[in-house]
Design a protein around this ligand. Sequence first.
Ligand code: LLP
Length: 415
Amino acid sequence: MKTIEWRDNVLTVEGVSCVTLAEDYGTPLFVYSRRAIETAWREFDTALTGHDHLVCYSVKANSNLAVLQTLVKLGSGFDIVSGGEFKRVLAAGGSPDRIVFSGVGKTAQEITTCLKAGIRCFNVESISELERLAILAEELGVVAPVSLRINPDVDAQTHPYISTGLKENKFGIGMQDAMATYRRAADLSSIDVQGIDCHIGSQLTRIEPYADALTHLLTLVDKLRDEGIVISHIDVGGGQGIQYDQETPLDIAAWASCVRDAVGARKMEIIAEPGRYIAGPAGVLLTRVEYLKSNDSRHFAVVDAAMNDVIRPALYGAWQAIEPVIKNPQRAVRVYDVVGPICESADFLGKQRSLGIAENDLLAVMSTGAYCAVMSSNYNTRPRSAEVMVDGETSQLVRAREQVDALFADEYLLP
Ligand code: LLP
């Protein structure tokens, strides 16, 4: 049974009607299925069972406390990229020893906080960061567990904005500098070299780029071992693609086999950092049609959600499925641009969509559990949407809709 599906022509999340949810909580509204989140996380965990592993959910995809709490209860680890995300994981009940810290710009303050807390690993992205980390650890009298994020220069074959494993990207340490950086790390007494990692991009629907990256990384691991530098874990990042349109989602069992086969007999824990695959398909955004209008032959459905809620179409030209919450065969079908009220031509959720709708109908923007609420803004002084988690037959508000007054409460009038 699917967790998000139409039953008797009404969209339901774990059997709960989205019409009822929209009436109870208002629109625009993000709705998440707890079961969908759990099922996706378990896919990774199961696929890696039998090999020492840790699935570290990438918090940036959806950092709502209830999402994190759901994953804490499963025993998940977490991949964070800021002191803010660190605090969220702790607030959700997560423990530092299951946190890996990625990102090219870790501040001294963020590093110190995570060193004091004793996180699992720092995924270091440059020689300068390594030196800074070493000094801060020494000052605190601790040893920092480190993995070096290698940029293997492989083409992830995804959108350029979400591709991260090429030389032209800002991420990681280039292959040409990798050995020297490891040697330096091994020399530093406040650094404990533990791992190697990479993250080559997001929304990958093919296994080959992972295999390419692994070949590069494991060649390095073997060279390092010959020099006496032993790497005890390999972190393969995230990036597993989901279905937005016609794509076939990445096969997690096949992906895991690829990683396990590549690691082979080497004694290394496998860490993965999936974000989108876990949260993306678990969410829908409900929005109401305010107006239908036409400019000559172009038809527009103006809805109450906008690019401030879902920026992916405007930012990446991403395609998100848009469906009527109630499928009503009586409605005449027309081709619409589904647009929001923001004063930007880039404010669209979808273009040229065939929809049978009328004003006041509800629409669902599908697969909006990842990189939507977290990327939302207050542009045009629009309050951020409420978020609801459905768990079995019950729904629970997990983020209140922002109040307009609160949006400028931290601003000051001149004296
Ligand atoms: N690990 C690292 C180091 C990352 O940078 C990312 C994502 C992940 C893991 C998780 O990747 P995932 O499994 O979610 O693909 N805003 C864009 C996606 C940006 C991804 C950034 N890094 C979008 O909406 O498509």
